[in-house]
Design a protein around this ligand. Structure first.
Ligand code: NCD
Length: 305
């Protein structure tokens, strides 16, 4: 059974396979094809808010001819309110469907779900832990837009501590040669030590670059993130780091011609809308790549190849 719980479980060959498949799915979508999962059902169990992840997973499943059952706000509206454990919920739902997409507020929740599930579990984010399918679509974005996955300078900007998409992205990039990471983060939200260690152990260069303009001048990819307000101990702690690094026209001016700006979205002020029309602003295209990549991921766990 093929669970997708952590980006650490993926080796280079698998990552490249997903990217090839996503490219094929993108072609299939353009040709208005892309079936194959008729009679399959996906459950989207979301215990935390989501727009892109849930809707792109559901779109992917529907485009593949499958069907979807979904519970958003499961923290408030599922039997979790009555005290049911995640494990029990998964045991039950696994008897209804062929694949479970799970977003949960606790680190390690996806692994716990996978340990009791009789169908594949795809993590759609576990607290401040990881977000592996986002990282796959992020790599797909880089492959599509920059044209390579090695010899890249990637500026990671913003909340590197709680930003789960960053953690999974670093794990995937670590599989490729010549990666240089510039960490442009407030001192209270650095890249977690274990994530940094993983990258270093895989030969990645990890540097701190506190000046966003300097980072922008060197980067092939700027990966901006939202300060994860909901994960801070107090509002005051959040307010202290919010608005520290904002991508605006001045930052854009410093960027290379062929570099791109990415963001998993939603943004909350850290990229000014005035730069959206610049061709280097890749974040909305990035959000759209979620559909072909999630088609590739769902197909892979349900029918292989
Ligand atoms: C991210 C998440 O939920 O981790 N959003 C997403 O899935 N595209 C990023 C965020 O919420 O800031």
């Amino acid at each position: 059974m093929k669970h997708l719980i952590s980006a650490k479980q993926l080796q280079k060959a698998e990552i490249l396979h997903y990217i090839d498949e996503a490219r094929e799915m993108e072609g299939a979508l353009q040709r208005r094809e892309g079936r194959g999962l008729e009679r399959k059902i996906m459950a989207a169990l979301f215990f935390e808010p989501s727009t892109r992840t849930r809707l792109s997973f559901e779109t992917a499943m529907l485009r593949l001819g499958g069907q979807v059952i979904s519970t958003e706000s499961a923290r408030e509206f599922s039997s979790a309110v009555k005290g049911e454990t995640l494990e029990d919920t998964i045991r039950v739902v696994a008897g209804y469907v062929d694949v479970i997409v799970l977003r949960h507020h606790e680190i390690g929740a996806a692994a716990r779900a996978a340990s009791v599930s009789t169908v594949p579990v795809l993590s759609a984010g576990d607290g401040a832990g990881e977000h592996p399918t986002q990282a796959l679509l992020d790599l797909y974005t880089i492959a599509r837009e920059v044209g390579r996955l090695d010899d890249l300078t990637v500026a990671l900007v913003g909340d590197l501590l709680y930003g789960r998409t960053v953690h999974s992205l670093v794990y995937l990039l670590s599989q490729f040669p010549g990666i240089r990471l510039l960490c442009t983060a407030p001192s209270s939200t650095p890249l977690p030590e274990d994530v940094r260690e993983f990258a270093l152990a895989h030969g990645v260069s990890v540097e701190f670059e506190g000046n966003l303009q300097h980072a922008a001048a060197q980067a092939d990819v700027i990966y901006q993130t939202r300060i994860q307000k909901e994960r801070f101990a107090s509002l005051a702690d959040y307010e202290a780091v919010k608005g520290h690094y904002v991508i605006d026209e001045e930052v854009l001016k410093r960027m290379q011609k062929r570099a791109i700006i990415m963001h998993p979205l939603p943004r909350a002020g850290e990229i000014v809308p005035a730069i959206d029309s610049d061709p280097r602003a890749a974040y909305f295209r990035q959000s759209h790549y979620g559909v072909p990549m999630r088609m590739a991921i769902v197909r892979d766990c349900l029918i292989g190849e």
